[in-house]
Write a protein that binds this ligand. Structure first.
Ligand code: V0D
Length: 258
């Protein structure tokens, strides 16, 4: 019996990345995957490199994971790139981070257009340096007709502030009679959030061993499956995303079976 199980595992478990990609594509792919890309600083520290080296390496991973997400047929990939709390970091680090969108888009935008990816951003734009905002706005404009993967960067984003702003907006619209207090339900409230055009995430991934949400999409993650890994974001690769999706699919199967 035990041998049989071992034999089954040997013959059934696909080994190469190609095989595993084809295998997960046969089952339900999460429509919306959100990722908290944590561990860039720790990755650099382990190598006695400056923190910015970790951020740069992390940016390369964004490129790889975007390509894979698109290939898998994920509809929306939300990446937490910068929180409203991140302004407290040393100035040189913040300055460097704010150059990453330009660098990323400078080399990757033609490829994103080629692959039919639509770039979006959620977060507070007003505080961003103009050079950062301009690069992002251009990418959004240049890809707005694309109907493949939506690559949604959470940048200067914080969930409590998002919810508070939505509440204030709802109160305003109640006062001016645009909406009726009694008709306010979850669906209507959702339309006041930065994710108004988006489905809620089906799968949340957080790297680097931290098991918390850190003010990320608190409303939207109400029913989301969570997958945590100790892998640092710069070490995150295709295999890890496939691992997460396999776990997601296993949970969906069990959920559907009951
Ligand atoms: C650093 C790991 C891509 C997390 C990934 C400004 C922290 C690399 C972008 C990016 C960052 C943002 C918008 C856009 C295109 C690319 C990015 C930041 C940090 C914060 F339209 N990587 N990336 N933005 N890191």
């Amino acid at each position: 019996m035990f041998n049989k199980i071992k034999l089954w595992r040997k013959t059934q478990k696909p080994s190469t990345l190609r095989d595993r990609i084809e295998q997960v594509k046969k089952a339900q792919i999460p429509d919306h995957v959100a990722i908290i890309m944590d561990g860039n600083g720790r990755w650099a520290k382990k190598r006695a490199l400056p923190r910015i080296a970790g951020h740069h390496e992390g940016m390369k991973v964004v490129r790889k994971i975007t390509k894979l997400a698109n290939e898998l047929g994920i509809k929306t990939l939300t990446l937490y790139a910068f929180s409203t709390e991140n302004w407290k970091r040393p100035k040189n680090e913040v300055d460097y981070l704010m150059k990453l969108p330009e660098e990323f888009l400078g080399s990757f935008l033609p490829e994103l257009i080629e692959e039919n990816v639509q770039v979006q951003m959620m977060g507070y734009k007003a505080e961003l340096p103009l050079h950062t905002l301009n690069a992002i706005e251009k990418a959004i404009a240049d890809t707005k007709e694309n109907n493949g993967l939506v690559l949604n960067f959470a940048l200067n984003y914080g969930s409590r502030a998002e919810i508070l702003d939505a509440v204030k907006c709802v109160l305003n619209d109640c006062k001016s009679g645009i909406i009726n207090e009694n008709a306010l339900d979850e669906k209507t409230f959702s339309s006041y959030l930065m994710t108004s055009e988006m489905a809620d995430p089906d799968l949340l991934i957080r790297t680097s061993g931290e098991i918390r949400l850190s003010n990320f999409m608190l409303w939207q993650l109400a029913y989301t499956e969570f997958w945590f890994t100790d892998v640092l974001w710069p070490d995150f690769c295709a295999e890890h995303l496939i691992d997460a999706i396999e776990v997601f699919q296993g949970r969906q199967r069990r959920f559907g079976g009951v």
